[in-house]
Write a protein that binds this ligand. Sequence first.
Ligand SMILES: Cc1ncc(COP(=O)(O)O)c(C=O)c1O
Length: 435
Amino acid sequence: MDTQTILEKQRRYLWPNHILYYTDPLPLDHGEGLLVWDTDGNRYLDFFGGILTTSVGHNHPKVVEAAQEQTARLIHSSTLYPNENHVKLAEKIAGIAPGDLETSYFHNSGSEANEAAVLLAQIYTGNREIVALRHGYSGKTQLAMSLTAQASWRMGPTFSPDIKHAHNAYCYRCPLKLTYPSCDVACAQDVEDVIRTQTSGRIAAVLLEPIQGVGGFVTPPPEYFMIVAEIARQYGGLVIIDEVQTGFGRTGGFWFGIQHWDVQPDIMTMAKGIANGFPLSNCITRREIADAMVGAGLTISTFGGNPVSTAASLATIEVMEEEAPPQRSAVLGARLRAGLDAFCERYPLIGEVRGKGLMQGIEMVNGPDREPAPQAVNQLFEEARTRGLLIGKGGLYGNVVRIAPALTVTEEQIDEALLILDASLAAVHEGMGVE
Ligand SMILES: Cc1ncc(COP(=O)(O)O)c(C=O)c1O
């Protein structure tokens, strides 16, 4: 089908609220590794990885083979029947998850995994209230939108009254107008203020992204999560860590993002990179916490733990271990970061570069008052696309570029992306008359 026909059918048959990147939306046709081709045959370096999802590159042959083999054997079973891939994957993830997290429930999306995490925390603690962070994004179901704290991603008339939002650790735009480290990480104390002023005083959990993904790769200082976790536990709550974007080696050096902050989660959710694009998510916890679900009610998942998705996930993790372990992501991430940091000196529209490993964001601003510059991001998008590079965006103000290539990215591909970004940034500065 040609590009125009796809776009016409998109407009006619799909809900109009599907957000499409680019002024002229970009139908993708096929992919291989870090590359994708559109329906007009143009080739792009994909440095957004299908929203941080194609963790070992598009159509990695080992993932394709595992999925094809399983598809020929058994596509579906539901959680009513035990399945070899299902239990093997649960064992595998228990082996790489931090501490004593070992009991999994697989679902289909990050939103569903976060719903499961909240329910589990409520049932285990007997408390209702959850503290999440401002600028966070937790998904598109009703509860996940309640957890989310960015107005544009919250829709509908009803939000859960049990969810409260504390300040995030957004040092570049400190919500308390303080400066790190002299601030003593005062933003972390806001979690306690919120618990004491807006809840019953006993919470079920705090829910935290190690690096806020959709929020624009907001990366807290080293002490932050330790302080927040201690406060949560003091008020009866568990620590839920949402690793939907940061999991599986993305942040470099560790399998999971929160390990950079040395905090032990009680419950952890993961999706996106877990299966290189197959729909799969997981909510993992300690045995003792999972045991609280026994007798709480019945639960099945029709597609959760699907044999094909779990086969793909096992193959994805195996490829990571062999070709792209977390240590490699740290090294390649440092190369990407050095290139981006060098842009800061040359391009005044860049306010800050932040992130960890192969998860790097560029916040774009106008002038010394750091006025958010979403229009600069939009122009950079178009310029980069024209030169053959796909990137992502985010942030409460839409002014953060998100860069997150597959973990199998090579040094040459990073250098190529940096060259394209350099030329694109120069074009944006020229176009906007910024010197
Ligand atoms: C941190 C985080 N949690 C949860 C979700 C929701 O995942 P899904 O879109 O698979 O429902 C997302 C999606 O972007 C996310 O970034």
